[in-house]
Design a protein around this ligand. Structure first.
Ligand SMILES: Nc1ncnc2c1ncn2[C@@H]1O[C@H](COP(=O)(O)OP(=O)(O)OP(=O)(O)O)[C@@H](O)[C@H]1O
Ligand SMILES: [Mg+2]
Length: 214
């Protein structure tokens, strides 16, 4: 599902990542670990096509991303990838329902409305559909973010410290939902985390040390 060959990301003179070479089979559930500054977020941004590598080759869901323009990369982001951020990254003056509608609107998907409300109900937010996300608790916001990330049935779910800003009990419940949802979709799941509890729940492991895999 993901093939990276000699992938490198530098910011000016600073090499944040690489070269790293690895492949991840479809449906794997992987913890991405390593201490602060080791390159986890940098790697997830490349895998999520939020940023482009300085050098190396990256294949996502059978598509070689090298040399693709912004329009093609945003189609990969929209269609193949669901991204969950530590601080939710929702539109705070839209409702929970509207936030989950965003990918359906972008995709021009006609059946978005029933799917968005069904997803939010499945994630335990039936009573929060029409609340502004800025008014929701952290755990509720992260469940909205999970619903938005999986709205279009991505093949790859990337999460950057998805429980990092939640208390441990709420974080565990959110992690349950992420794993259940990824399993139901048959999606590949990669979770960057500092949490031993989260790491223990994911069978695969990638560990970075100073930008290199170890
Ligand atoms: N936009 C940027 N400009 C310059 N340097 C950057 C940029 N983004 C990341 N870096 C550097 O790249 C290295 C890796 O950072 P990254 O954010 O990927 O680490 P991380 O493993 O996600 O850390 P944390 O666990 O703290 O989130 C760090 O040295 C960081 O300072
Ligand atoms: Mg990070």
């Amino acid at each position: 599902m993901i093939i990276a060959e000699n992938l490198v990301k530098s910011f000016g003179d600073t090499r944040a990542l690489g070269p790293v070479t690895f492949s991840i089979p479809a449906g794997s559930h992987i913890a991405l670990t390593g201490r602060s500054g080791s390159g986890k977020s940098t790697l997830l941004s490349l895998l999520g096509c939020l940023d482009t590598p300085t050098s190396g080759r990256l294949e996502i869901a059978g598509i070689n991303t090298a040399g693709l323009g912004d329009a093609a990369l945003s189609q990969i982001r929209l269609r193949q990838i669901g991204f969950i951020h530590q601080f939710f990254d929702l539109v705070s003056d839209l409702t929970a329902f509207e936030n989950v509608m965003v990918p359906f609107w972008l995709a021009g998907e006609p059946l978005g409305e029933p799917k968005a409300s069904e997803l939010l109900k499945k994630l335990g937010l039936a009573h929060r559909l029409n609340h502004l996300t800025g008014d929701l608790s952290g755990g509720e916001q992260q469940r909205v973010a999970v619903a938005r990330a999986v709205a279009l049935g991505p093949k790859i779910i990337l999460a950057d410290e998805p429980t990092g800003s939640l208390d441990s009990r709420t974080g565990a419940a959110v992690m349950d939902l992420i794993i259940e949802t990824a399993t139901a979709l048959g999606a590949t799941l990669i979770v960057a985390t500092h949490s031993p509890e989260v790491t223990a729940r994911l069978p695969g492991k990638l560990t970075l040390l100073d930008g290199a895999l170890c």
